[in-house]
Design a protein around this ligand. Structure first.
Ligand code: FES
Length: 282
């Protein structure tokens, strides 16, 4: 391929890539669409790729080159050839400088465009990951928002519950489980966290947060249907099988003067899956 033509093609590929990268950043910033962003990203990457391939093909030496060693005395025609070659070399250096700059521009534009998606990570979560709507004195209600009388949950029964005023809250969802008398083995410091045989734990699996909805009353174990983690309810909902490594956070409960279940505080730890700065408190 003629070298001028190759230079134009490589330059064009780098310029197209840079334009696509800038367009990608703009489209992203104004809240564009995934297919358009994907297309622009593809063009930006393809432009750099095509430019580099053509560059390698046209300007980089391929294989070995052998030059015959002739007389050291140059012929007049050889002197002319040398001058032409020198001139061509100077042009080549000029081309290389141009292509290096355009290549850097394309790569830089793509790098800047790639920084924009960092915005998608959102703001810092603050304490949202470790706080829930549970607090001391809030009533425990069912999925219809109805308060739960302490004698409503029978032995072997499990009920999905929320704090009053926050029905449907994803991180507050909990289970109230009826254990047979004398089975519960409260952890030290949690002796008064249960009411009779009733205990309450977060319904979110500590593996990756699936709802732990399957209760086996004979073994008093909770099963997570996602990856088969098993939690031993009487033993502080400690994991005894599957990939979950932490117990389900416990919710301290009591009964108010009207005979309804209330929480006496929040969960013993952050509910759900682990995260990068999860406190080691459960
Ligand atoms: S989410 Fe429960 S075992 Fe994976």
């Amino acid at each position: 391929m003629n070298q001028n033509r190759a230079t134009h093609l490589i330059s064009g590929a780098f310029v197209v890539s840079a334009v696509a990268s800038v367009s990608l950043a703009v489209v992203y910033a104004v809240g564009g669409t995934a297919w358009l962003e994907g297309t622009l990203l593809g063009i930006a990457l393809a432009g750099i790729g095509v430019g580099l391939i053509l560059w390698a093909k046209e300007y980089l030496p391929i294989g070995e080159e052998v030059q015959q060693r002739d007389s050291l005395e140059p012929e007049p025609s050889e002197e002319e050839e040398a001058e032409d070659a020198l001139e061509e070399g100077i042009h080549a250096i000029g081309r290389r400088s141009l292509l290096v700059k355009l290549g850097a521009m394309a790569a830089g534009a793509l790098g800047v465009a790639a920084l924009f998606p960092i915005r998608s990570l959102g703001g810092r979560p603050g304490t949202e990951l470790i706080t829930t709507p549970w607090y001391d004195g809030v009533r425990v209600v069912d999925e219809d928002g109805q308060p739960i009388a302490a004698d409503r949950v029978e032995v072997g029964q499990v009920l999905t519950v929320f704090p009053e005023g926050a029905v449907g809250s994803g991180d507050a969802v909990a289970l109230v489980i009826g254990l047979p008398d004398g089975v519960n083995q409260p952890l030290p410091g949690r002796e008064d966290w249960s009411v009779g045989g009733l205990v309450s734990y977060s319904k979110l699996c500590t593996h990756v947060g699936c709802p732990v909805g399957l209760y086996e009353p004979t073994s008093q174990q909770l099963f997570c249907p996602c990856h088969q983690s098993v939690f031993d309810v009487p033993a502080g909902a400690n994991p005894v099988g599957g990939p979950a490594a932490r117990p389900l956070p416990q919710l301290p409960i009591d009964v108010d003067d009207a005979g309804y279940l209330i929480a006496t505080g929040g969960f013993s730890g952050a509910p759900g899956a682990g995260f990068w700065w999860r406190p080691d408190d459960d």
